[in-house]
Design a protein around this ligand. Structure first.
Ligand SMILES: [Zn+2]
Length: 70
């Protein structure tokens, strides 16, 4: 998993989770580690490093909390 993350950091930013390819990312604020907030993949539960994601994907994740309950 870590290797996939590192590989993703070396690529162009993408809109999906670098580990499982899931596109459902939820901005989470109460993580118990640093960074304490960021986009978390709904599918596999990892905190996706922000440089991996496009600005659009990050913005979408921030708004995504409204979509998750739907
Ligand atoms: Zn994932």
């Amino acid at each position: 998993m870590l290797r996939r993350l590192i590989a993703a950091l070396e690529r162009e930013p993408d809109a999906a989770c670098p580990v499982c390819g899931g596109e459902r990312l939820v901005w989470t604020y109460d993580l118990d580690h640093e960074p304490s907030s960021g986009p978390v993949c709904v599918e596999c539960g990892i905190l996706v490093p922000r440089p991996v994601l496009t600005p659009e994907a990050l913005a979408h994740a921030r708004r995504g909390q409204l979509l998750v309950s739907a």
